[in-house]
Design a protein around this ligand. Structure first.
Ligand code: HEC
Length: 143
């Protein structure tokens, strides 16, 4: 390679690395499909419930604090730490619900009333978060 070719290649590589976003952004369209796994039990309408509590405004409350819902003791206890729900604790919870709640409250076999084993991996967690975030923030209401 000539010196000029090396300089040009270097400039291109630098531009590429600058264009790469620092954090991975989830894919909201993929997240909407993943949310189908939650629909049987959750709604996105304010104050409503199904098998589980509404996920509308989730980021404005602590864990296990949906008004009038008979939450598990373990989720309520986790509310001492998960206060409020945010991107970080939600992503950890949704890939391993019982394990994560157990780690938060220091209990080997924590059991919440959510009979759902969790999403597959961090990528799925990022994707569903990208879709659900406006609802979690209470900016958008759904059914
Ligand atoms: C089989 C029913 C069921 C499915 C499927 C389900 N959940 Fe749940 N979920 C529940 C129940 C019941 C609770 C309340 C748990 C408790 O109080 O112990 C809950 C609790 C939660 C909480 C904590 C709410 C709070 O106010 O602290 C979040 C967040 C959550 N679910 C998200 C999801 C997401 C996202 C999905 C889909 C990927 C999902 N759930 C799938 C039944 C379900």
């Amino acid at each position: 390679m000539t010196m000029r070719a090396i300089a040009v290649t270097g400039a291109i590589l630098m531009t590429l690395s600058l264009a790469t976003p620092a954090a991975a952004e989830g894919d909201a369209a993929a997240g909407e499909k993943l949310y189908n796994k939650c629909r049987a039990c959750h709604v996105l309408a304010e104050g409503k419930r199904r098998v589980g509590p509404s996920l509308f405004g989730l980021f404005e409350r602590k864990a296990g604090a949906f008004p009038g819902f008979a939450h598990s003791d373990d989720l309520v206890a986790a509310g001492e730490v998960i206060n409020p729900w945010n991107e970080d604790n939600f992503k950890q919870y949704i890939v391993a619900p019982n394990e994560y709640i157990g780690s938060v409250i220091g209990k080997d076999k924590a059991r919440t009333k959510m009979v759902f084993p969790g999403l597959k991996n961090e990528k799925e967690a990022e994707d569903i978060l990208a879709y659900l975030k406006p609802y979690f923030l209470g900016e958008k209401e759904g059914k």
